[in-house]
Write a protein that binds this ligand. Sequence first.
Ligand code: FAD
Length: 515
Amino acid sequence: MHKLFNYRFGSCVKRHFSVSGKLHKDVPSYKVAIIGTGPAGFYTAHHLFAKANAFRLHIDFLEKLPAPFGLSRYGVAPDHPEVKNCDEYLINIMKNQSDPSKNSLNHGINFFGNIDVGKDVTLKELQQNYHSIVLSYGTDTDNDLKIPGAELEGVFPARQFVNWYNSHPDYSSPTNFKPPPLEKVENATIIGNGNVALDIARILLADPKSYWSPTDIHTEAFEKLENSSVKNVNIVARRGLLESAFTNKEIRELFEISKAEGIQFLPIEESIFKSVEPFENSLGRADKRKLALLKKYSPKQLSEGYGKSWSLKFLLSPLEIKKNEQDEELVSATVFQVNQLTHDSLTGSTNIKPVEGETVVIKNELVISSIGYKGAQLPGFEELGILFDSKNNRLANIGGRILSFPHEKTHGHSYKRGWYTSGWIQSGPKGVIATTMMKAFDTAENLIEDLKNGIHTSASPDSLDNFHAKLYEKQAVSWTGWSKLDEHEIAEGLKRGKSRYKESITEEMLKIANK
Ligand code: FAD
């Protein structure tokens, strides 16, 4: 039996002694489940503990994977380790709860990894066991490219490619995923130009040995990159230059790496710069800087004898991806519809419309579609009346309070008592970690307010012992288990001159965690 971490209460009101031994007045106790341990999950927990000074909380994290941290571990690019510093929030939450000086109210906390909510445990069970449930399970499915040829072997959704190079256990090859045959690819097209597209471009372009080898990139991805024959990467967007989804910081980074490594950035077409001329005087600061950056780095002439190159292409919508007749692992080209900008002077908005009959064909053997992640429902929503907003890819909610099906009498939506959401599944799959944090704090604030007003599920006040026992029967990984895996990965990384060697096979991860 696993050792439970600071777990000991069940009823709703308990007599509470502080570390000094003085008797606090009776404080109510509440049990909270947080589903998912990405930034949204742990920032919500952080804020709940920070604000719960009128009662004692027992928080259980339920996480699908054996490892915590969500996209901080499985999304953020391996060359951005500083972004992953946010993980410290979760580490500190787990640490502080066992330190009486930092936990005078004796809050409780557990981490249960390898628990797929909706499969290993039902939502109904959560409702029976916890006073408040926070759904922070992210948006882990693909936004499909709905064009002919999108189903071909040589076309990859960015999410899958990213998961693979970040050692996500659901995308470990050869069992779960067949990575792109980079050794056979000369031209790659990335559809979409957000920061994820730029992450992928860096992966394909930067030198594997000097740039990627010291990072925690998946070793198989590293080997594939070493043998890669990718020479040219086109990043293609359907909208104009000023509507680019990348941030200035990220595009500058790619320009700087290109400069340092002798990778040629191909000139942006003159017509694209021309298309923004009418708006130049009315641009805001960030857009002005974006335009200046692109002008500065768009070369007047090409360097001699360059090896790799990349380009930014605008106003092109994908129409079709062409099969490669010689090799079914590859594709041969992508056909794009040419667009033009239209400006609505009434609303001030800029849109695009197709230029009739004008198409462009880009030769490519590999296509990566980077058009966003997608949210999905968990099994059991229907039964509990939890409302999913498919149009916006998120749970229907107001300020993190989940909405329920319309009530006959109210003719409107009502709150699903005791149910909350935070992170990408709350607001849709967009936004950096800082935004995710701010929204998670709001959700926590509202949850606390509800508890103060006695708003929660009608969970039984019994202890969670039986429920926890069930989780361990399902091979839950405790925080102690994860810590073993963490130490193992760092030690193995050290041996290989890497910041971390990430295990990517679930069975192996469980074996190490349960040692
Ligand atoms: P997630 O991080 O996805 O966490 C969700 C968690 O829920 C995961 O751990 C998942 O395993 C778990 N889960 C899923 N289903 C279940 C289930 N059924 N039961 C239990 N658990 C479940 N932001 C930056 O600030 N800087 C960057 O450099 C940056 N790079 C990014 C790169 C990529 C490729 C992507 C996609 C995003 C990037 N972001 C970056 C954005 C950042 O990752 C998000 O803002 C943040 O991770 C969203 O947090 P979340 O907790 O909502 O979702």
